[in-house]
Design a protein around this ligand. Structure first.
Ligand SMILES: CCCCCCCCCCCCC/C=C/[C@@H](O)[C@H](COP(=O)(O)O)NC(=O)CCCCCCCCCCCCCCC
Ligand SMILES: Nc1ncnc2c1ncn2[C@@H]1O[C@H](COP(=O)(O)OP(=O)(O)O)[C@@H](O)[C@H]1O
Ligand SMILES: [Ca+2]
Length: 583
């Protein structure tokens, strides 16, 4: 088949002469000098060709076609660095080729289109698009219509667009309406909007497979339809952590070429059944409080998180709790191994074989004949108890523009595990240090009051007697910080060899205080009346405090390929990727 698609001829780009070659996997054009010697080659993988059109074609600001019958235009992915070492911006490259005859022009367009079909079997033909007009800075509609729709049209993708009129409309549509003919679902919005799509697609897939989502031990069926994210929200963490940049055009191009990135998902259960799914952050304590506070300030847009974050930080809270976790196999990877999950990650690839052992081809990946969570291979649960600033579970790095390496920089997108981060109660400056390290490359886990564990499941419960308490709004406690902080310092200096809650690090014995969770035994740092926090589940407040969460490996697939390593993007002298050369 490859030989059928091979084509070679002389072409002109502007006034320069090139030799263009289409082989099985690449479309190359090499500049020729007067003596027919090769100069520069531009090479575009066929998989990254966006479209081929007859004539001279522009798509921006508006589509225009000058139908010259000896010219064809090729559109393709062009990369540029973001300035940081990870994540590459994609833009639309366009080159107009002139050939000596119309027959040759038609041969080129025919062969290029056929090559596209052969080599890109997962490219979408038809997409269902949901736009949240109120997400982020409320620019979802504009972003879609001005930047994304023209690219989809160029690529020949037909779209059914729904601008939502209420929360959960997208989720309900996916749960109930006919989805025949749609290859994927695109959400234009933030993490909350993505979460709606996630719930709709996972729920629909389980309904169709006859599986009960309420049973935490059930092995859920992976969703076949892909999800595309056009970032137009506040945190845009799922987009940032799977693409490496927040850029609608980059994301649209990943969708067009049918990139595929599996993603782990945590299910969250309470006693009576499923509560929600989470991919980015399941957080109790600080992140729960920030979300609860931020809901009152939605009018501020994305800034609400910084404002609320500061208010919650100043309120200086910690919460008692019992955390149980099921460790993942430490031989496979570790949250402290300083690796990063990048495009083509080998840990995730090996996990695919482990999670889906019977899948020799991708078709059988969706069979239900595998068992990720068979009870005999579960291993031992570990229990810790005490007061925490925050308890967070993330099944990916959760990097976002605020925190470019994320909540857990070495977490993997698709390895079937999550990272549990326990921040024990500590003095305000210690906690600030922990938070601040999220903004740099300094290791936020290298602090004595922080632990991180790679896990398959987590259970959280309140110490006996605390179950009935309700979440208290932030407010009354702000302003008490100075006293609190002075109190802490005195406590530490006076406590001498006595172990203080704030000093508890990994591997140390638990004190009675930690075991009982009784704050009154522990001096001034825990002297505040204990309150119950709320869970932040990807930007939604959960109705329950006591939960069980389980990681489902590779439950959904995104139109993405993981973060590309900017540092590895190099150009040799004479082979330059089409994506980097300005023509
Ligand atoms: C001192 C600087 C501290 C910076 C700390 C940055 C930590 C950032 C971690 C971000 C994790 C993101 C996980 C994603 C969660 C989203 O699913 C979810 C929903 O997003 P959506 O509204 O777009 O739909 N987003 C969230 O829940 C937002 C969580 C954001 C927390 C940011 C907290 C900022 C804290 C600023 C503290 C400042 C203390 C200053 C004291 C003087
Ligand atoms: N038309 C709508 N009106 C009100 N809320 C909506 C609408 N469409 C979606 N939502 C909800 O808005 C919430 C926030 O959306 P999102 O796009 O994530 O923006 P942000 O990142 O700013 O929070 C989501 O939880 C989603 O369910
Ligand atoms: Ca993971």
């Amino acid at each position: 088949m490859e030989t059928d698609l091979k084509l070679e001829s002389t072409v002109w780009v502007g006034s320069k002469r090139y030799r263009a070659v289409l082989t099985g996997w690449h479309f190359n054009w090499t500049e020729l000098d007067k003596k027919n010697r090769d100069k520069k080659t531009i090479s575009v993988p066929v998989a990254e060709v966006v479209g081929v059109e007859e004539g001279r074609v522009e798509i921006l600001p508006q589509k225009s076609i000058e139908d010259t019958d000896k010219v064809f235009t090729v559109f393709y992915v062009k990369r540029s660095s973001t300035g940081s070492s990870y994540g590459l911006l994609w833009t639309l490259g366009r080159t107009q080729f002139s050939v000596p005859s119309r027959v040759l022009r038609d041969q080129w367009t025919k062969h290029l289109r056929a090559a596209l079909k052969t080599h890109s079997p997962v490219r979408p033909n038809r997409l269902l698009v949901f736009i949240n007009p109120y997400g982020g800075k409320k620019k979802g509609r504009k972003i879609y219509h001005s930047l994304v729709a023209p690219l989809f049209e160029l690529a020949g993708i037909s779209c059914h667009v729904i601008v939502t009129e209420r929360a959960n409309q997208a989720r309900d549509h996916l749960l109930k309406k006919d989805l025949t003919g749609f290859d994927g679902v695109v959400c234009v919005g933030g993490d909350g909007m993505f979460s709606e799509i996630l719930h709709g697609l996972i729920g629909r897939t389980q309904q169709e497979a006859g599986l009960c989502e309420n049973d935490p031990t059930v092995t859920l069926q992976p969703c076949q339809r892909h999800i595309g994210i056009i970032p137009a929200g506040s945190t845009d963490c799922v987009c940032y952590a799977t693409v490496g940049v927040i850029d609608p055009v980059t994301s649209a191009l990943h969708i067009i070429i049918g990139d595929s990135q599996p993603l782990d998902v945590c299910s969250v259960h309470q006693a009576s059944g499923l509560v929600r799914y989470s991919v980015s952050l399941l957080g109790y304590g600080f992140y729960g409080d920030v979300l609860a506070e931020s809901e009152k300030h939605r009018w501020m847009g994305p800034l609400r998180y910084d404002y609320s974050g500061t208010m919650v930080y100043l309120s200086n809270r910690s919460y008692a709790g019992i955390v149980q976790y099921l460790p993942a196999d430490p031989l496979l990877s570790s949250p402290r191994d300083r690796t990063r999950c990048l495009s083509g990650c080998s840990v995730c690839s090996r996990s695919t074989e482990r999670l889906f052992p019977h899948s020799s081809d991708s078709g059988s990946l969706y069979s239900s004949h595998y068992s990720q969570f068979s009870s005999d291979s579960e291993g031992e649960w570990v229990t810790v108890e005490g007061r925490f600033r925050c308890v967070s579970l993330t099944c990916m790095s959760s990097s976002c523009p605020k925190s470019p390496l994320g909540l857990s920089p070495s977490a993997h997108l698709a390895d079937g595990t999550g990272d549990l981060i326990l921040v024990w109660d500590t003095h305000p400056l210690g906690f600030l240090k922990f938070l601040y390290r999220h903004t740099s490359t300094e290791d936020q886990f290298d602090l004595p009051f922080v632990e991180v564990h790679r896990v398959k499941a987590v259970r959280f419960s309140l110490p006996p007697g605390k179950e009935e308490e309700e979440y208290e709004e932030i407010g009354g406690s702000i302003g008490g910080m100075d006293e609190e902080e002075r109190g802490y310092i005195e406590t530490v200096s006076r406590s001498g060899s006595q172990q203080h809650l704030a000093d508890r690090g990994p591997g140390r014995e638990m004190t009675n205080v930690q075991k009982t969770g009784n704050p009154f035994l522990c001096g001034l740092c825990c002297s505040k009346a204990p309150a119950v926090s709320v869970w932040n589940c990807d930007g939604e407040i959960l109705p329950s405090t006591e939960i069980l969460s389980r990681v489902h490996g590779q439950l959904v697939r995104l139109y993405a390929r993981g973060i590309e390593d900017g540092a590895a993007m190099h150009c040799s002298e004479d082979i330059e990727r089409g994506c980097t050369l300005q023509i």
